[in-house]
Structures are given as structure tokens and as C-alpha cells.
Design a protein around this ligand. Sequence first.
Ligand code: ARG
Length: 261
Amino acid sequence: MCPPEHFAVEYSINAWMDPSTPVDAELAVKQWTTLREALAAAGHTVHLLTPQPGLPDMVYAANGAVSVDGVVYGARFRYPQRAPEAQLHRDFYYRLGWTFVEPAEINEGEGDFAFVRGMLLAGHGFRTAPAAHAEAQEALGRPVISLRLVDPRFYHLDTALATLTDDTIVYFPGAFSEPSQRVLRQLFPDAMIADETDAVAFGLNLVSDGRNAFLNAEATGLAAKLAAAGFHPVPLDLSELKKGGGSVKCCIAELRGPRAI
Ligand code: ARG
């Protein structure tokens, strides 16, 4: 995670960002801190990146890479405003001693890659280039399933789909092309389905550890569905970060380290 110390909405690179809307940076830090503390209280270890002035979107740490088994496929950002972030993530993984694969193709890390059932579901259509899906498969040695996003409000896969357990997902079908919806139905016939209200409330931008589901507090319908399915929803108010087009999942890069032998 990366504290939103320099968070701002100074440019617009997604449908949610409006530079004329005021952002309360202090409140953003407070809300983000509540998320960090909720993760710690649930027993999770959180590593921090050092926020850099001039990189207001750095708080969305999920976009910096995707890792599996201690192998890291680095990001290459679509827009120049965020390009320098990639190197800061790379440095972090080098310090951990993990294997880092430099990307040639545009991709925004866990923003567009979700790990489930030992494979990666990958979004394209707005940010990550389709060619990056094949590159990620070669980098990580895991099957990559391409899914096409069609609604600009859901410009990253992680705004429309989330992993709930090692083998289950929740998603909003309307964010995907009709053929990609068929792919999802074929692979995950029992998936939890979220509605447009949940999706617009950034409910799908959640992180689940298989028990606790950390999600945007506005997504009350989805929280109820999760509770009914046996999860423990942890609602979080991230109103300020939503102005940049992100919520819980965007703030968290999950670290999948080397497997113990
Ligand atoms: N303002 C950021 C951007 O448009 C938000 C990124 C949200 N991150 C995410 N994982 N969906 O790039």
C-alpha cells in the first residue's frame, strides 16, 4: 500500500476523475489509514511504499505489478502521468528479492489481473493491452484468460470483478462484452453476481482473504450478499479515493510470494 499523502485529482484519465471537484487530502489519508488498520486487525502484514510528490495516483498501489509464486510481472502504465510509478514498484520487489519480469506491453498490474484457481483473469479494452495477457502468461507460467471490458466506468478489471476465495469470484456482467460474459459463465457457473448499483458503488473493488471481505461502504447490497454467503463484510468509507476512480482493491497490491518447498 502507499499512503495518499500526495493524493489529488489533477488530471482526468478515467470517467470518475473530475479535476474541478475538491478533494480533501487529509480525509483521504484518514480513510486510507482505517483500511490499513482493518487489514492489520485481520492479521495481514502491510508493506508500504513511500509516496512521491507529483504522483497523485500512487495510492492506487494495485496498478504497479502482479505477482505469483514470488515472480513479478511489472506494470507499464497507459498514461504518462503514472508512468514513473512502475519503477518504484520494481524497486520494492527487488528489495524483497523476488524475480522481476520487465514488461514490454502496456499493463496496469492487478488493476487488470485477478488471480483465481491458479490462473489469471485479465481485462483489456481501456488500459491493459491484449498483448500483455500473453506476455503475463509467459512471465508467470499461469494460464491467462482474456476478458473484454466495454463500459468506461469499469475501466479496470478490478472495478468489475473480484476474487473471493482461491476458486470463486464475484462480478458485474454488464461491464464485459457479451462473449466475455459467456467465458465467465462457462468457467464460473456458480459465481456470485453483483448488480449495477453494487458496481457503481465500487463494491467489486474489494479484497477478500477468503473470510473477510473488505469493501466500499456504499456497496450495501453486495455486503448483504457476501454476508449471506458466509463472508464477513468489512465496510470502509473511501469517499475521497473514489474521486480518483478507485477504492479498496486499487489501494492494495497483493503479494503472492515464493512457495515453500
Ligand atoms: N486514477 C487512477 C487511474 O485512473 C485510479 C486507478 C485505480 N486503480 C485500480 N486498480 N482500479 O489510473
